[in-house]
Ligand binder design. Structure first.
Ligand code: ZN
Length: 92
């Protein structure tokens, strides 16, 4: 079962189908595979703020680096979620 870490300030997840996961900030939450896929496709996954296990790292150490922000995002972040600049593929 996929496990994700909620970002600071996030008190839980409300899924589109009405399922709610509630945890304190920083806690790990076990979610169903379907919900993990939804999260990965959605805002949290796209913005890179939701971190988790292999479901969210795509099984690789590759990341997309933003030079201005000096940070490496997830492999699917072709633009920096923070500043919007194009990212460059990087092998960390
Ligand atoms: Zn940036």
């Amino acid at each position: 079962m996929p496990r994700i870490t909620l970002p600071d300030g996030c008190r839980g997840l409300d899924m589109a189908d009405g399922t709610k996961y509630t945890k304190g900030p920083g806690d790990k939450v076990d979610v169903s595979q379907a919900h993990a896929d939804a999260i990965r496709r959605g805002y949290y996954g796209q913005s890179g703020i939701m971190r988790g296990g292999e479901q969210f790292t795509l099984g690789t150490k590759r990341g997309m680096a933003c030079t201005p922000c000096k940070r490496v995002w997830n492999a699917w972040n072709h633009e920096c979620p923070r500043c919007g600049a194009p990212t460059e593929e990087q092998t960390a």
